[in-house]
Design a protein around this ligand. Structure first.
Ligand code: HAX
Length: 429
């Protein structure tokens, strides 16, 4: 933990001063209006969450600490975690030290394995991942420190210890879920000489190909963070704001990620693509795909992998996966169908006229790449996403502990109260 702890100690005063100055200078300045539609519509677009790790703009998509994600596609997840938490890119040595920390506890603890073994026959892999983290909660140093009365402004150090422990074990837990549920149940031991993502790729036991390890690396980089307002991040930081420890917070975040409008969309996308392949006995023509999309829309279903609450362009993470498929010349029916959907769906959704964003998000293609390497069990895909997203949410909750953010507590209003507020605003306008 030392490598990150010492760097975070360096940047701590910067984060705290910046926040304090903002509060002091502008604390009572109104920066946005909120409409009735936004309150009714899931707080869409209301700037109300502090997130310093990354930002998502409608016109460009994800930036991690100001760097566009397409400039980070060669990074390792360790580098990304260092960047997310400290705001700086690590030196080679710092990256290696962090790597050693993150693989040091990849072995799944017995009590956690017992929980996973008790669940695997019936449970969804996401329920297992969430439960696996809860089964580790008793190891929380954060909770122990809080109970022992450690001063509030030092609690971040214990949150960091928990985050490192959690990230170090989550790959082993995820791999164990995969091996138990979809393979022969035999776990593959971690190799401490490998880095975090290579180790994960190895423990999954899907393929020995270097391209597979590279795909897992890219997957873990691209899904790592997507600012603070999405369901999983917002859930995680809200839970952590009650000073629940990181095991509780990340487990809760993963439960949100498991929703079909959020992380589970990658599973739905691949199911959609496989259905198409089966129905047309291979790759359909563009016209056939167009008809099929209309059929789906007319029956009230969404096109999985398209649209986004914030983005209004093709998700750069979709582009990164697309480029990966080109680079490695990956070529199977699923990838071809995903590419053809990209040719057809934006026009269809534009004509349909409902979705504010007709372009693909990351989920439209990610599963087709995993499938190509032999990870065909698509109910596992959101677990891959969850392992990666744990990086970002850990970084976000660490930031909040470092700057001593208060408990999250927005005000809710009843329909009658909202109506009265709207009437008052109309009269006063
Ligand atoms: N297909 C059909 N209709 C769509 C659509 C799509 N792909 N995307 C949006 N719409 C519809 C919405 O259902 C909504 O219809 P109603 O007014 O009848 O409710 C309307 O268009 C306006 O929605 P929006 O404002 O454009 O989108 P939202 O911010 O409400 O929702 C979603 C964003 C991502 C949930 C949405 O686009 C969707 O359901 N997409 C398909 C599922 C998906 O790909 N989810 C993954 C998103 C990425 C992510 O979070 N990954 O974790």
């Amino acid at each position: 933990m030392d490598v990150l702890a010492s760097k975070l100690r360096d940047v701590l005063p910067i984060f705290r001063n910046k926040r304090a100055q903002l509060l002091e200078r502008y604390g009572d300045v109104a920066v946005a209006n909120v409409t009735v539609e936004q309150i009714i519509g899931g707080m869409r677009g209301v700037p109300s969450v502090l997130c310093d790790t990354s930002s998502v703009s409608p016109a460009e998509g994800l930036r991690i600490r100001g760097i566009p994600i397409l400039e980070l596609t060669s990074a390792t997840p360790e580098e990304i975690f260092f960047l997310l938490t400290t705001g700086q890119r690590p030196s080679q040595q710092e990256q290696q030290q962090l790597s050693s920390l993150l693989v040091s506890n990849a072995q799944v603890p017995d009590e956690v394995l017992a929980v996973l073994k008790g669940m695997y026959r019936h449970a969804h892999p996401m329920a297992m991942l969430s439960a696996g983290l809860l089964a580790m909660e008793h190891q929380s140093e954060f909770r122990r420190a809080y109970e022992e009365g450690v001063a509030k402004d030092r609690l971040w150090e214990y949150a960091l210890a928990d985050c490192i422990r959690l990230l170090s074990t989550i790959t082993g837990i995820a791999a164990a879920i995969y091996r138990l549920k979809f393979r022969d149940g035999k776990l593959i031991a971690p190799d401490p000489s490998l880095d975090w993502s290579s180790n994960f790729a190895r423990m999954l036991g899907v393929s020995d190909s270097p391209a597979w390890a590279d795909l897992v690396r890219l997957y873990l980089v691209l899904h790592s963070d997507h600012e603070g307002g999405n369901v999983s991040a917002f859930t995680g930081i809200t839970v952590a704001s009650a000073l629940s420890d990181p095991f509780y917070a990340i487990s809760a975040a993963l439960n949100g990620l498991a929703g079909p409008l959020h992380g589970l969309a990658n599973q739905e996308c691949l199911a959609f693509i496989l259905d198409i392949r089966e129905r047309y006995n291979g790759v359909p023509s563009l016209d056939q795909l167009r008809d099929l999309c209309w059929e789906r829309l007319n029956s009230g279903q969404v096109i999985p992998g398209y649209g986004h609450a914030v983005l209004r362009v093709t998700d750069p993470r979709f582009t990164a996966f697309y480029q990966f498929a080109e680079q490695y010349q990956l070529d199977n029916d699923c990838i071809t169908i995903a590419k053809r959907l990209y040719e057809v769906v934006p026009d269809v959704l534009r004509q349909h006229g409902k979705a504010k964003n007709p372009y693909p998000n990351v989920d439209a293609i990610s599963g087709s790449l995993l499938y190509d390497f032999g990870m065909t069990e698509y109910t596992f895909y959101t677990v891959m996403f969850g392992v990666s997203r744990a990086l970002g949410i850990c970084a976000q909750l660490l930031f909040h502990r470092m700057v001593n953010s208060p408990i999250v507590r927005p005000k809710s209003v009843t329909l009658d109260e909202l109506e009265a507020m709207a009437q008052r605003a109309t009269v006063n306008a």
